[in-house]
Design a protein around this ligand. Structure first.
Ligand SMILES: Nc1nc2c(c(=O)[nH]1)N[C@H]1C(S)=C(S)[C@@H](COP(=O)(O)OP(=O)(O)OC[C@H]3O[C@@H](n4cnc5c(N)ncnc54)[C@H](O)[C@@H]3O)O[C@H]1N2
Ligand code: MOO
Length: 394
């Protein structure tokens, strides 16, 4: 039987994201919502700033009174407003974040003022326009404004925005349950004694997902036995099952038959990607399943391009795919073949340099790499100084 053509990477990513199951929402306090994604829009419950505030330490004056002098009639500090009104020729001592007193419209910074008892003199250029050094009520946002659409990431900045908007709790997706299984009779637990190859894919993938709102269900290292794999895949309770190894065409590559025996429907297998060609993806009931190749660098690249975006999409992210940027090549690159190539490279002095050997088993070059150079299928040879797409990884 002729092998089916390899799926282009963007088509594979689109099909993969479409496999994301819907998971329930939950309401959590803002303080517990870091890294989650909004399931409902968040709306400002207050206006910020709630009043016109001084942006500087100085004196609240009427712009029309410049160049002074003024009589200082009181003080306004943050949280302790001045109760009166500023009449012509009057000023109020004011501090950053304090409410502007009624009648005043401008702040004279104290570096440009001279105090002589209760009398204030201009001692510099002074404010050049009305409302200088004043933050108008609502400068940041108004009550009723949207502070985040459905799917927005609760980044540190957005959490601070929501807190300032008077939002105390948010509707987010519950944590995504990600089951991780390594397969291979040659594998041993990392750090354990004995012959065998230390298993490295689970902890690598776990670390790649660490900043997402997930819970890991660790299925451990599974042997190359169809019955054991089938039972493990049939029993798993998760939103996303990720396996590594056994994805290719060898006699011991049992992941696909085991997934199918466990009731999974495979949507695609084998993509036009180097490294990572034998990746497969599908669904088993409400659980998305992704079978990654066992080679550690192949697992890293497919983890970056597929698993992490899928976990983020299940968590509610609108736009989860990694973003490439442009960089200048430090050396020439040969023409590419039929698969999109992700080349381990280092950024030095504003240029990128590819590692000489790109074997997909080599973790030392992956750990040294700060980026992957992306080479499109059939890209022509590139010269030093040409621009190339990269994905930053460290
Ligand atoms: N005849 C063909 N052979 C291979 C093909 C092909 O198209 N035809 N594809 C190659 C490509 S490309 C890849 S990638 C590999 C991936 O195959 P598998 O997913 O079946 O991976 P394994 O054979 O199980 O393992 C490959 C390699 O990686 C080591 N490994 C596996 N799991 C782990 C782990 N969790 N931690 C550390 N190292 C791991 C394993 O010992 C092997 O050395 O297939 C090619 N073959
Ligand atoms: O696609 Mo495999 O990952 O080249 O080594």
């Amino acid at each position: 039987m002729a092998p089916s053509p390899l799926l282009p990477i963007d088509a594979a990513q689109a099909r993969l994201l479409a496999l994301a199951p819907a998971i329930p929402a939950e309401t959590v306090p803002l303080a517990a919502a870091a890294g989650r994604y909004l399931r409902a829009p968040a709306t400002a419950r207050r206006t910020q700033p709630a009043a016109d505030l001084s942006a500087m330490d100085g004196y609240a004056i009427r712009f029309a009174d410049l160049p002074g002098p003024w009589q200082v009639i009181g003080e306004s500090a943050a949280g302790r407003d001045f109760a009166g009104t500023v009449a012509p020729g009057e000023a109020v001592r004011i501090f950053t974040g304090a409410a502007m007193p009624g009648g005043a419209d401008t702040v004279l910074v104290q570096e440009e003022a001279r105090r002589d008892g209760a009398t204030l003199h201009l001692a510099g250029e002074g404010p050049t326009r009305r409302a200088r050094n004043v933050r108008a009520r609502g400068l940041d946002f108004h009550e009723g404004d949207s502070l985040g659409e459905t799917g927005a990431a609760l980044t540190p900045a957005r959490l601070a925005l929501l807190a300032t908007g008077g939002v105390g709790e948010v509707s987010v997706s519950r944590r995504v349950r990600v089951a991780l299984a390594a397969t291979g009779d040659e594998l041993i637990e990392p750090g354990s004694a004995g012959a065998g190859l230390p298993e490295s894919n689970r902890l690598m993938l776990r670390a790649m997902l660490a900043d997402l709102p997930i819970e890991i269900v660790d299925l451990g290292i599974l042997p190359d036995r169809l019955d054991v794999l089938t039972r493990a895949f049939a029993d798993v309770a998760a939103d996303l099952l990720v396996t590594t190894g056994g994805a290719s065409v060898g006699d011991h590559d049992l992941v696909r038959p085991a997934l199918e025996a466990a009731g999974a429907v495979i949507d695609f297998w084998r993509i036009a990607l180097r490294p990572g060609k034998p990746m497969m993806a599908g669904r088993r009931g409400d659980c998305a399943v992704v079978g990654l190749p066992g080679n550690p660098v192949s697992a890293f690249v497919t983890g970056l391009l597929f698993v992490r975006p899928l976990a983020a999409r299940i968590a509610g992210a609108r736009d989860p795919l990694p973003r490439a940027t442009l960089a200048t090549l430090g050396e020439a690159l040969p023409a590419n073949g039929e698969r999109t190539d992700y080349i381990r490279a280092e950024q030095r002095d504003g240029r990128v340099y590819a590692a000489v050997i790109q074997d997909s088993s080599m973790l030392a070059t992956l750990a040294r790499a700060t980026c992957l150079i992306v080479r499109a299928p059939h890209a022509p040879a590139a010269a030093a100084g040409d621009m190339a797409e990269i994905l930053v990884i460290a």
